[in-house]
Design a protein around this ligand. Structure first.
Ligand code: GN1
Ligand code: MG
Length: 359
């Protein structure tokens, strides 16, 4: 565990270190996360916001407060199952330590669990319904009130430009190892133009979206069946449903972890795709426009390409963005995204039919 002054942080939140057990929470590639168990009472979730990634932590907190208010309005304060952000003794929703680190504390949702791998069609349906419900609530929010916590986060064109720069520099002499993946990405540069066109002609509206709809960002009840809420709201900002549906396709349909070392195990599961589409659209089909429904599959393809490109770029740049724990971690992650994308490309018509069935 990193050497932060937890005593000081806890004090700001009115907690005595002697009555707290702190554990590092190892999930997520960006922030440093800890669970704080307060003896015999409650638990909190403490995070240090990664400021290399989130350049405006206070703006990010403002967004979170807006989401919380929207949830309170929707569910009623008493029945809102989304974790509260905790205010500290400075009456702020964040704590800035002496070294300039931003910390925020939230309720830890009790008796919940999440899944890294989608184990069944029932989980796919329910997990996607969780994001669908979230979206239906966010549809009432004005995107202009939300700052982009990461500007151009899902701008495929910019992500591809960053990749090109990383290839040209090849600062870690890794382009050779990644030659197949580089070629794969190069063949699909035109995806960026397709996305630009959809956004520029206004057919795909900007909404407040989640933007990081991994399956493990859904909290299920302890039986693991019904969703409680979706978490990891740092990237809630103006976006499109293509991104959110797309990232679900990316993270639900593979039967193995995102960083599985053996790409042969990455097999696109059509029945999971079917179930997640059903779950998402069961919550949203009346509020999405025809173009959005028609382009959902493109969302899946572009998110697979884009996250793959981001892993690839980070690999070429020496792994400075995503947390890694082995040498080829990022290239293996990248490979799996591309394997999945290839399989989607081979059966697009069938998958489009599945979407139409629920749209
Ligand atoms: C990061 O930290 P985590 O796991 O929630 C990343 C996502 C990627 C994801 C890939 C802010 O999310 O965009 O899809 O890794 N988040 C950020 O697993 O870059
Ligand atoms: Mg995240």
């Amino acid at each position: 565990m990193k050497d932060y002054n937890f005593t000081e942080i806890l004090k700001y939140y009115g907690l005595h270190p002697d009555s707290c057990v702190i554990n590092e929470f190892l999930r997520g590639h960006i922030n440093d996360s800890y669970t704080i168990d307060v003896r015999n009472t409650c638990s909190f979730f403490l995070q240090r916001i990664n400021q290399h990634v989130f350049r405006d932590p206070e703006g990010l907190i403002e967004n979170l407060i807006l989401v919380n208010q929207a949830m309170n309005t929707h569910f009623g304060k008493e029945r809102n199952s989304y974790p509260r952000i905790i205010r500290n003794r400075n009456k702020k929703y964040f704590y800035l330590d002496k070294d300039g680190n931003y910390w925020r504390m939230m309720d830890f949702v009790p008796e919940s669990r999440s899944y890294n791998i989608c184990e069944s069609t029932a989980i796919a349906r329910e997990g996607a319904a969780a994001f669908g419900r979230f979206q239906s609530i966010m549809n009432k929010e004005d995107p202009a009130n939300y700052i982009p916590t990461i500007p151009n986060f899902h701008h495929l064109g910019k992500r591809l430009d960053q990749l090109k720069q990383a290839i040209d520099k090849d600062a870690f002499s890794r382009a050779g190892i990644a030659s197949k993946e580089i070629a794969f990405a190069r063949e699909r540069m035109y995806y960026a133009t397709e996305l630009d066109n959809l956004l520029q002609d206004g057919s795909i509206p900007i909404r407040v979206t989640h933007n990081d709809t991994k399956l493990n960002n859904v909290l299920f009840n302890k039986e693991g069946k019904d969703f409680i809420c979706v978490v990891d709201l740092d990237t809630v900002m103006p976006g499109t449903v293509l991104y959110d549906y797309g990232d679900m396709v990316r993270t639900f349909t593979s039967p193995v972890e995102e960083d599985e070392p053996d790409p042969a195990k990455v097999i696109f599961r059509t029945e999971i795709f079917d179930a997640l589409t059903e779950g998402y659209l069961s919550e949203l089909k009346d509020s999405l426009n025809e173009a959005e429904k028609e382009q959902l599959l493109f969302g899946g393809k572009m998110m697979l390409l884009m996250i793959g490109v981001r892993f690839l770029t980070d690999f070429l740049e020496g792994d400075h963005y995503f947390k890694t724990s082995r040498e080829n971690h990022n290239i293996e992650r990248c490979r799996n995204q591309f394997v999945l994308l290839k399989q989607i490309e081979e059966q697009e018509d069938d998958l489009q039919e599945i979407i139409r069935k629920y749209a």
